[in-house]
Ligand binder design. Structure first.
Ligand SMILES: C[S@@+](CC[C@H](N)C(=O)[O-])C[C@H]1O[C@@H](n2cnc3c(N)ncnc32)[C@H](O)[C@@H]1O
Length: 291
């Protein structure tokens, strides 16, 4: 087989997305001699190997599945989970906001099921690296399995540690925290980041966002942003084009900041402000500096 034909057809070891007419999806690694069980019959992997991408394959009961290469979004959604994962809509955006690309060195915690880790690894490869910290061994083991299944382990160092003990790396480009109380670890984040480096965090409640903002109000961090993304999927039916009745209405808030030169000052007052206190951030927007 020449190279072109190889790329057009499914090969042993390829990761394949199978989509049934009922829109049930499976992601499998195809291996000679193996079988995939579905509600509509058995699918021998050998029937998939050699098929054209985009073609269909039938189970022994005649039910057909579309053979597609999975997208990064589908891979993230399909991983085995022991924790809530970062949703693809947030992942896609945070990768851009934090300038993650080939060659980036990025720290994340916690690893969880490895949903975000997977996307980070895909973006930083082949020369960048992901340092991913997790405190629970069984969760880390699951993430390791998920990453290994997709051949992404070479781009990730998994560390079993409570990040209260700090990070080993210095001068990294970005740090992302998906933990309940990210403000506790800001001194460690600042120590690990290079000047101007990107900090990001995902938080499910506004209370947590407010707490994080209070702790970020200090000279060691700047360019602070809070954002929320809402995705409304539509029924892709030309004659009845409209959003789905039920959607995931809330995932989380994204907080971003940049590390600035200087020491992190743990003694700054982070108490909640009272209602009526002047909001200096808003006030700054009214300063006319056009002259
Ligand atoms: C919501 S999950 C992360 C999910 C992950 N981002 C993903 O997309 O699959 C949060 C994880 O952080 C871990 N964690 C919480 N506090 C931690 C800490 N101080 N150090 C390391 N890991 C921590 C938890 O054990 C949990 O697995």
């Amino acid at each position: 087989m020449d190279n072109l034909t190889e790329n057009l057809n499914v090969r042993p070891g390829d990761i394949v997305l199978l989509v049934g007419k009922d829109r049930k999806e499976f992601i499998i690694s195809v291996e000679p001699g193996r079988e995939h069980q579905t509600h509509h019959g058995v699918l021998p992997h050998d029937a998939i190997i050699g098929k054209r991408w985009g073609a269909t394959v039938a189970t022994h009961l005649g039910y057909t599945y579309l053979i597609l290469p999975p997208s990064l979004e589908q891979l993230v959604r399909s991983i085995r989970r022991a924790t809530q994962i970062v949703y693809p809509k947030e992942i896609g955006y945070l990768l851009m906001k934090m300038n993650i690309g080939p060659g980036t060195r990025v720290i994340e915690a916690g690893t969880g099921s490895g949903g975000l880790t997977l996307a980070l690894a895909r973006m930083v490869m082949p020369h960048g690296h992901v340092y991913s910290y997790e405190v629970r061994p069984e969760t880390q083991a699951l993430a390791q399995k998920n990453l290994a299944a997709l051949g992404l382990l070479p781009y990730v160092t998994l560390k079993l540690r409570d990040i209260a003990e700090g990070f080993d790396e210095r001068g990294v480009d970005a740090v992302f925290l998906d933990v309940r109380e990210p403000w506790d670890y800001l001194p460690h984040v600042h120590t690990a980041l290079k000047g101007g480096g990107f900090f990001g965090s995902l938080l499910p409640t506004t209370n947590q966002v407010a707490a994080l903002l209070r702790h970020l109000q200090q000279p060691a961090f700047g360019y602070i942003e809070v954002e929320e993304l809402i995705l409304r999927p539509y029924k892709a039916v030309p004659g009845r084009l409209r959003p789905f009745d039920r959607i995931i209405a809330h995932t989380g808030y994204l907080v971003f900041a940049r590390a600035l030169p200087g020491e992190f000052n743990p003694d700054l007052d982070t108490r909640p402000e009272r209602f009526g206190d002047p909001d200096l951030t808003d006030a700054a927007e009214f300063i006319d500096d056009s002259e």
